[in-house]
Design a protein. Sequence first.
Length: 280
Amino acid sequence: MRRTDDLKPMQPYFVLNSEKFYQEIYLEEGISHFYTFVAGENSKTMTAVPDGCIDIIFTYGEDGMDAYVHGTVLSNELIENEVGKTYFGVRFLPGIMPAILNSQMKDFTESNVPLIEVLRDREFMNKMEQTQTFFERITVFLQEYRKYLADETILSGKKELVLAVKDYVYKAKGKVFVKQLEEYTGYTSRYINKVFDAECGFNPKTFCKIIQFQKTLSYIKHEKCTNFGEVAASMGYYDQPQLIHDFREYAGITPRAYYKLILVKNYDSRLVETRMLQHG
């Protein structure tokens, strides 16, 4: 749950298909960041990419508020938005199960579940519906979410194992071999896979690939590197063909096409980093 600055899970097509995409980086209490955008014609459909995260997304319009829990996808997937509505989202760090939900992470993998069905406290929906601004929505969400964080202090042995594996993979930026996990945890790979899959809905190898992919997205964007053999080596891929294969599976396009896309559509001008919260 601690602050981690080296990986902010990205959904680049959310930004690229929005006129303005507002994002408040948090990196505390298991939360990566908050975001908001208005769905225009360009954002009627968006592509979601694997990020290993759970998002809680609220939609606001003249007909009221709806809310859903979106689990990570395991390949690129097209999602639909309602034009004219304001979207407010909370993205949790990869592998983190939101304390406010009465369910398991595996229940949301490649799924979209109405929030009301899995909430511990349904009064929370009423409070969120009354909010008007980005800052107010963040504030109310955090107030309610923190009520349940104490419940996460006592974990079962299996949950502790999964969190240990996630933490190890996270710090290694996805570049992890099965033998390393065995040595780190003291358990066999068969047992680790069984427990991880039961908790998350996918195995550690998939989680490693997702984290590696997310780091690659960030690397391409920030380093502006056009030598993709160098990108492959820096990100721990076996070679450039493996990078291209995995990237195309997750992003739907090649790394080079992605690099051109973020330049042509001016990614940086669409993303607005807000700094409304003061936290240590």
